[in-house]
Design a binder for this molecule. Structure first.
Ligand code: FEO
Length: 403
């Protein structure tokens, strides 16, 4: 059975929701599911913008069969070739043998690499600024390399102001009947998943997102709809989400606040993390969030690291090194290019305490534009009254650095 929704009078969402996939990219948990968005324009010519993951192919096919009602599919525009959107290309090629495929040079290369028989079809290679008319609608193509693969482009319909934004402006979370961001309480129910999506999937490519935002700024007054490949479509309050993307891709924190990420084996480092949280709140800084790195998925840690201005790392020493799960979190921050944060350190070791120096070395040598506060809480096994002054000094230093 088909399941479609109108975006405009002649543009339809023909994608699918996925509640079966446990891990997006086989890494990131998606307890609220995910949507794979594809769009069908019914102009004088019919145009499918992107496809869906292979697991959702049947839904896509039923959707477009219903809307085409026996007519052929004339064009397939591929903005992004990654298999969560491109995997059903081959099936479209088989079912619609006369379809013409529009995409970038690199995208066609990837289609061949993935084994799609695109060469049996007319391939229209486009680059920045090229246009195509389908009848009433004319679209222009805009290169968007590394947002989030090198072949990516976005397509702007100059007739009705629809921006097909590929991975940009996407979010985790299944749509489940809703389509538009104004049909949900985005700021309450979606923003955390949107941030977790962007920062973990495209976080490394902030400068490329910035480049795309600059291009979008040039036509901002013409953009009426943003149609991403995941999550809700935007038709109202576009600047709310554009501003979020701007902050995330510049690696600027959204909020003044403190994330305390602790690695604790027997609860003693955890107790220090909690004591520090209480000291901060007591001093009036209540935007404090405490996470156990051992039972918080690293994608959530990353998302919170992008949200907040200050990060306290509290780690035991393990095999004379940083606790492995904390080290993994540090590696993810490095890999995703996080910058412009202030760190404070809490270290613990019953003998040969090393974790503080090692975390500091990692932050200074492996990451960019980070500040590490001089004050440090150093524990030998457990927090005790003798450490009260150090704990106070650390809390004071964090607050001082927020001014
Ligand atoms: Fe949703 Fe980069 O693919």
């Amino acid at each position: 059975m088909y399941c479609v929704r109108n975006v405009t009078e002649d543009l339809y969402w023909v994608g699918a929701n996925d509640h079966r996939l446990h891990l997006f990219e086989n890494i990131h948990p998606i307890p609220r599911g995910v949507s794979y968005n594809a769009y069908l324009l019914l102009d004088e010519k019919s145009v499918l913008f992107d496809t869906v993951d292979w697991s959702a192919c049947r839904q896509l096919l039923e959707n477009i069969e219903h809307l085409l009602a026996g007519k052929p599919l004339d064009f397939l525009v591929i903005n992004h070739m990654e298999p969560d959107h491109g995997a059903s290309i081959e099936e479209i090629l088989i079912r619609y043998p006369d379809v013409k495929v529009i995409s970038t040079e690199k995208s066609f290369m990837l289609m061949r690499q993935f084994g799609f028989h695109v060469d049996g079809h007319e391939c229209i290679e486009v680059k920045e600024g090229d246009t195509q008319t389908f009848g009433r609608h004319t679209v222009t193509f805009v290169a968007a390399p590394m947002v989030h693969w090198p072949e990516a482009m976005v397509t702007f319909d100059v007739t009705n102001g629809v921006l097909f934004s590929a991975d940009a402006f996407g979010s985790f979370g299944a749509l489940d009947g809703k389509l538009f961001a104004d049909e949900v309480n985005f700021d309450r129910d979606w923003i955390d998943d949107a941030r977790r999506y962007l920062t973990n999937i495209v976080g490394k490519y902030g400068p490329h997102v910035q480049l795309l935002l600059k291009k979008a700024a040039g036509i901002l007054d013409q953009i009426r709809f943003i149609c991403p490949l995941h999550g809700p479509v935007w038709r109202k309050d576009l600047m709310y989400f554009i501003d979020k993307y701007d902050k995330w891709s510049r690696y600027e924190p959204e909020e003044k606040g403190v994330m305390i990420a602790y690695a604790s084996m027997y609860g003693n480092t955890e107790a220090a993390a909690q004591a520090l949280a209480a000291k901060l709140c007591e001093r009036g800084m209540t935007n404090v969030w405490v996470y156990d790195v051992s039972n918080t998925h690293v994608s959530q840690l990353i998302s919170e690291s992008f949200r907040l201005s200050h990060i306290v790392l509290a780690s035991v020493t393990y095999n004379l090194g940083i606790y492995p799960v904390m080290h993994d979190y540090l590696m993810h921050m490095k890999g995703l290019n996080l910058q412009n944060r202030t760190f404070a350190l809490v270290e613990n070791g019953s003998w040969a305490c090393k974790s503080g120096d090692l975390m500091q070395k990692f932050i200074h040598e492996e990451m960019k534009n980070m500040t590490v506060l001089n004050e440090r809480l150093s524990l030998a096994s457990a927090l005790n009254d003798g450490k009260a002054a150090e704990l106070d000094a650390l809390a004071d230093a964090i607050l001082e650095s927020m001014k």
